[in-house]
Design a protein around this ligand. Structure first.
Ligand SMILES: [Zn+2]
Length: 300
């Protein structure tokens, strides 16, 4: 089909001639845009881990996030019963988690100092817990509030405790960076966009175009950025907890192979390009080794 670059402008003129609909649409759209701008600018906080301002709805407090995390955790565990706490694998995974958790405070303080920001210390209110869920998935998660799980399918891909620590560090970082709350705030922003589209009389196709532009242009890169940030903070955390950060590179290579192009759910779609991810991690290695020298005080 031939693309007519003036098609939209002509459509606009025709609409305008037909009556006041065109103007009203713009008034509604501008009103919503102003509201979106207001929402965006009044809900920004400095992220101590990146030094960047991020969107977190003021009405989502850490306590509420934690309660939602706990509820989700209970639902998951009731559907996917974990292994007993005294199983060997449960104990090993818990030991790894424990070592990472012990270093959260010093790592947050150091990263904040590196960026000239103040630590937010939300982890102080976390009720950490970790379970191992029998499943073929090579996956793990850490919910807001510190509830974690590792799926047994991760173990053969990780191959060693260092790589398990890299994955768990990545998951813990998502919780520390409040990525869940950021995602909810972004969803609210896109709901404002959806409402604007519907109320200004856009047809379904125009609305869909607007939402997919928003998705590709804003939400997806944002989610990828979250993955990169979680990779970085997680790697520094693992290094500080005396794990070998160098294991991160072969780990993500194996993850790529294991998923055979099909990434496991947590990493799906938001998955940074494996090459880029490995490049980023390699570039971060000197810093990770520095954290290891500085914070890994005991021989583990
Ligand atoms: Zn992630």
């Amino acid at each position: 089909m031939r693309q007519d670059p003036y098609g939209r402008a002509q459509y606009g003129q025709q609409t305008q001639r037909r009556g006041g609909g065109f103007n009203l649409r713009w008034i509604i759209l501008i009103g919503f845009a102003l509201y979106a701008l207001y929402y965006w600018s009044s809900n920004r906080v400095v992220d101590p881990y990146t030094g960047e301002k991020v969107l977190i709805d003021n009405s989502i407090d850490a306590e509420e996030e934690k309660a939602m995390g706990l509820q989700a955790y209970q639902e998951i565990l009731s559907q996917e019963p974990p292994l007993p706490a005294d199983a060997e694998i449960s104990q090993q995974v818990r030991t790894i988690a424990q070592r990472l958790i012990e270093k959260v405070g010093v790592v947050e303080a150091q990263i904040a100092a590196d960026h000239g920001t103040q630590p937010n210390g939300i982890w102080k209110d976390f009720d950490w817990a970790v379970n191992v869920i029998p499943s073929e998935q090579a996956n793990a998660f850490c919910l807001p509030g510190g509830k974690m799980a590792v799926y047994t399918g991760l173990i053969p891909v990780a191959q060693n405790a260092d790589a398990v620590a890299v994955v768990m560090g990545h998951e813990i970082a998502h919780a520390l960076l409040r990525h869940g709350a950021q995602r909810m705030s972004q969803q609210k922003l896109s709901q404002i966009g959806q409402m604007a589209g519907a109320m200004s009389g856009m047809d379904a196709q125009q609305q869909q175009m607007m939402m997919s532009a928003l998705g590709y242009g804003y939400l997806l890169p944002y989610a990828r950025e979250h993955e990169t940030q979680a990779d970085e903070v997680g790697l520094l955390l693992a290094a500080a907890a005396c794990f070998d950060p160098q294991e991160a590179v072969p780990l993500w290579e194996r993850m790529g192979e294991a998923s055979g192009g099909q990434a496991p759910p947590e990493f799906a779609s938001t998955h940074p390009n494996p090459g880029t991810r490995i490049q980023n991690l390699s570039a971060l290695m000197p810093k990770a080794m520095e954290y290891r020298r500085k914070f890994c005080t005991q021989a583990n």
